[in-house]
Ligand binder design. Sequence first.
Ligand SMILES: *Cc1c(COP(=O)(O)O)cnc(C)c1O
Length: 349
Amino acid sequence: MAKMIDLRSDTVTKPTTGMLEAMLKAEVGDDVYGEDPTTNYLEEKVAKLLGKEDSIFVASGTMANQLSLRAHTQPGDEVILDRNSHAFLNEGAGGAVISGVQFFLLEGNKGILDPLKIEQAIRDPNNYHHPVTSLIWIENTHNRGGGSIYPPGLVKEISRVAKDYNLRLHMDGARLLNASVALGIDPKEYTRYVGSTSICLSKGLGAPVGSVVAGDREFVKRVRRFRKMLGGGMRQTGYLAAAGIYALDHHVDRLAEDHANAKLLAKAIAQLDCFRINPKNVETNIVYFRVVEGKLNPGSLKDELRENAVLVHQVGNDYFRAVTHLDVSRQDIVQAISILKRVVQKLTL
Ligand SMILES: *Cc1c(COP(=O)(O)O)cnc(C)c1O
């Protein structure tokens, strides 16, 4: 059978031989006792990369978000975030259940929030009818926004608002390194403005498992407490941390290839008149596109592509997503484009 070109998500990557070798060689210990040298090294490495005092390895991006929410807030607090945030859309109402917080949702531009709108959303702390605003939450790159990049200057402005109102500011940086690579800047150009952040090792970076949350020592200490509470204290995590270290050493710069591949794919999709897409909106590795009504039956597109060894994610009835990553080469993208053209020809009404 032909190799599947899996564009559903950048989470589908499998460890490379080099990564597996690094995992095999990892020195491990009991991380709950703080005795896993490889995990400790990863945590130092990420803290340094992101310019923070400390960091902590966690099981997933969702866990990173839930622990960060919990560590920054008290039950009854309000958190300001974009209405298409991962933390709102895709985490099973964890914010309400685990942290007891309420979300104040704003409409971002491709998920990017306007500092003025944030300021207007902050509650009056002296009015006891109101919840207490305690946290501003931003996502970079923004997943549902189409892998959109926060301009660092805007993060600086948002940090000014946070400071003025004595609020905390967290960046869900699942794909923060995609943003910094795309702009050609040090990730610290972002993280210097936020109190805390996280990165996913298991997306475009290609590790099988894991995220890392970074912030000041006090915050990371709270995250560690809640991680244990939720059963996220794991033991010989060094095998997983080794994969993360390998990913950070070998798979960051190459994210630029994923971005170029996404652009190529977006431009090809734009040339097919049954789809609606603005290739200019494809800033990193995520490509969203819509089927134009009446041109094509969106119901059969995904299945027909799958028949031809291309997998995409159907986000909504006529709304699709393709994501480029470590396991998709330039050649695979060229191949996927030619398959897509063939499938479109077959399905055109
Ligand atoms: C994928 C993702 C997460 C969650 O990561 P998982 O490891 O899948 O739990 C959180 N935030 C953003 C922006 C994401 O894209």
